[in-house]
Design a protein around this ligand. Structure first.
Ligand SMILES: [Zn+2]
Length: 678
């Protein structure tokens, strides 16, 4: 929990909703919370919530959570120090050296530094191999692909030899890195196969079966935004000699490094550090789908090019692009590619960020690499000049994809078009595209004379506008459904603002039902340990109060000792909460640091719940405690009932003491049930 003063000072000054809204558009979600479509997973209705008071965010869709530092690290693809520097600059806090960091932070940073040394060493090794005796095939291939010496230098292109142990041998023997470090950054693989499958392939370390991931491949380093190597892409070369130990192995044409502590492909754009200085000098930024395309464009005179690495354009990519304030973003994808389809889905993100996105249309059968080699710089420039706005491209694609002569085809095309137009950020754009859509439809319908044309135009305009309103309604409906789903069963945000009576009524009914089921429960001992959902919910409410309001913590911990919490995970949180002083504020991220994953999830859930936002009064707290205590009273009751029923069943006498205990157990649960008589 010890954090240095700079880190804390930034945290004090920074408003997390302001930090997050630099990257995604937040809308109010009640109780001081804001929400947005999650930047970490693909969604159309917001499940990403940010709490200003708690300095905390959480996505109920994919589960990510964290504080300002974690968010900026993810969005800017940087480490803790990098995030702190960015935030320090934004909030005018002077950021000094790493000496100011807590030991945990220092450890994380030095871990990253160490891994960066491994990737740097690997990059150096691959370059050496490319230039050396073994690199002949790689150099030949580079020549055939038309990669100049300058390009090979600029992109640090290398060669991974046709050998299972050459990089590994170098990393361990020459640099003293461990296998685990090589595995962590993805240049080495640990084979998890049955004993003996690999035979005597490995002279050393045979028991662990660690070997080079990349063999007989042209190697492309992938950098972070400061130009440090964080991962690799490898392109297969013809004629590999070494047989793979895995008999099912078919060499993939391209292999990228797996996700690692250094590399998250969804927030990396290939060649970003090379391109970013060029973007302002040129008319925008070009995105291609792979590094070969990006390299070809750089070589062909378009150094403002970046590439995605086998993913769709993500929100993080959009955030990176937005920082450049490009005049335009050119999507230079193969028209039928998965990348283009995915880019179409990302379109609302572009619109939200007010980026002018254009689609470069290349002739069928061409990719950017082949196109620029055939048509040169001027051909490529014309293709850029003729690129069409993304929304227009989407509308045309939809009209093309549907049979507009059929009622169903036309209705579906209109529905999809309305969604696209409603995604647009500005009213001007929306009305512009209404006209565009009407014109396109008129072109298809070709009404006879001028009068018919005019009449049809106003009909179509009305139809399109009706469709837009219908789409808005559908979008609202989806959002409401989503909210309802989040509210179900989890202590997640709902539209309810406080402890309203319907909510409590629901919990009471749940409890009542559990009580009514009691008789059945007694028939089976195994079921007697089931905890009613209302009890678990009460415990979560208590956790929310404990973590959010130091004043209530002592009271709750005292009234409800550890043994009374019915859920193991809740117990874990109670143990952690006990370590805090009476008045000490709890910050969710620090608090969660050493908790199990389950416990982290519960903390994340409750911290954004309504209960964490409103200070409860004593009566509510005591009511929650009573619910948990009632659970235990019922447990006693069940045990007594079993004891008494068992004795009666076996024809034994129930003693007066046992009768009295049973009656008092029943009284404890305030239920009127006749004592079974013999
Ligand atoms: Zn998410």
């Amino acid at each position: 929990m010890a954090t240095d003063s700079t880190t804390e000072e930034i945290r004090r000054r920074a408003d997390i909703t302001e930090v997050v809204s630099q990257y995604v558009s937040l809308v109010p979600a009640g109780n001081g919370r804001m929400k947005a479509c999650c930047p970490f997973h693909d969604e159309k209705t917001p499940s990403f919530y940010v709490s200003r008071d708690k300095g905390f965010y959480k996505c109920f869709g994919c589960g990510v959570s964290g504080d300002i530092y974690k968010f900026v690290q993810a969005m800017e693809n940087t480490d803790f120090l990098g995030a702190r520097k960015i935030l320090g600059a934004r909030y005018n806090v002077e950021v000094k050296s790493r000496a100011e960091m807590s030991p945990e932070q220092r450890e994380k940073v030095s871990e990253r530094d160490k891994l960066l040394k491994v990737t740097a060493a690997a990059a150096h090794f691959f370059r050496e191999q490319f230039a050396g005796n073994l690199g002949l095939a790689a150099r030949d291939y580079a020549r055939i692909r038309g990669l100049s010496r300058e390009t090979v230098e600029k992109f640090g292109i290398g060669y991974a030899p046709d050998n299972f142990n050459s990089l590994r041998g170098t990393l361990t023997r020459k640099y003293g890195f461990s296998d685990d470090e090589g595995i962590a950054v993805g240049v080495l693989i640990e084979k998890k196969s049955a004993e003996g499958e690999l035979g005597g392939m490995f002279a050393e370390g045979a028991e662990r079966r660690v070997y080079d991931r990349y063999r007989h491949r042209l190697m492309f380093p992938i950098w972070d935004e400061s130009g440090r190597v964080i991962a690799f892409g490898g392109r297969a070369l013809e004629g590999a000699q070494q047989e793979n130990p895995d008999s099912n192995y078919v060499p993939a044409k391209y292999i990228n490094s797996p996700e690692s502590p250094l590399f998250h492909k969804s927030n990396v754009l290939f060649a970003w550090h090379l391109a970013r200085a060029e973007v302002s000098k040129r008319d925008g930024v070009i995105i291609t789908e792979g590094y070969m395309d990006a390299i070809a464009l750089h070589e062909g005179g378009f150094p403002q090019t970046v590439a995605t690495l086998g993913t769709a354009v993500t929100a993080q990519h959009v955030a990176l692009l937005r920082r450049l304030s490009p005049k335009a973003v050119y999507l230079c994808f193969d028209g039928d590619s998965a990348g283009m389809k995915a880019a179409l889905r990302t379109a609302p993100l572009f619109a939200e960020n007010a980026l002018d996105v254009r689609v470069v249309r290349l002739p069928i059968g061409h990719d950017p690499d082949t196109f620029i080699r055939e048509n040169g710089e001027s051909g490529m420039q014309s293709a850029l000049d003729e690129a069409i706005p993304l929304a227009r491209y989407r509308l045309v694609s939809i009209l093309d994809a549907h049979d507009l002569e059929s009622v169903e085809g036309r209705a579906e095309a209109m529905r999809q078009s309305a969604e696209i137009i409603n995604d647009l950020a500005s009213e001007t754009e929306r009305s512009g595209y209404v006209s565009f859509l009407v014109d396109e439809l008129l072109k298809i319908e070709k009404p006879g004379n001028r009068t018919a044309w005019e009449r049809r135009r106003s009909d179509l305009e009305r139809l399109v506008k009706n469709e837009l309103r219908a789409d808005e309604g559908r979008a609202g409906q989806k959002e409401r459904l989503r909210d309802a789903k989040i509210g179900d069963g989890r202590l997640a945000p709902t539209r309810q603002k406080s402890f309203s009576s319907p909510k409590w009524e629901a919990i009471r009914l749940e409890e009542e039902k559990a009580a009514n089921d009691l008789h059945e429960a007694t028939q089976s001992i195994s079921e007697s340990s089931i905890v009613a959902p209302g009890v678990l919910k009460a415990e979560k409410c208590l956790i929310a109060a404990m973590l959010s309001f130091p004043t209530w913590r002592g009271h709750i911990l005292e009234r409800l000792p550890l043994a009374k919490w019915t859920h193991e995970t809740h117990g874990e949180i109670v143990i952690a909460a006990r370590k805090y002083g009476a008045e000490e504020e709890i910050t969710p991220v620090d608090f969660s640091e050493n908790l199990s994953e389950d416990a982290q999830k519960v903390v994340g859930d409750v911290m954004l719940s309504d209960e964490a936002g409103n200070s409860p009064d004593a009566a509510i707290i005591d009511d929650w405690i009573a619910r948990v205590e009632m659970h235990w009273a019922r447990q006693t009751e069940i045990e007594m009932l079993e004891l008494v029923n068992g004795k009666i069943g076996r024809g034994e006498t129930v003693s007066d003491g046992e009768k009295a205990a049973f009656v008092s157990a029943l009284e404890a649960t305030r239920r009127k049930m006749p004592v079974p008589e013999k």
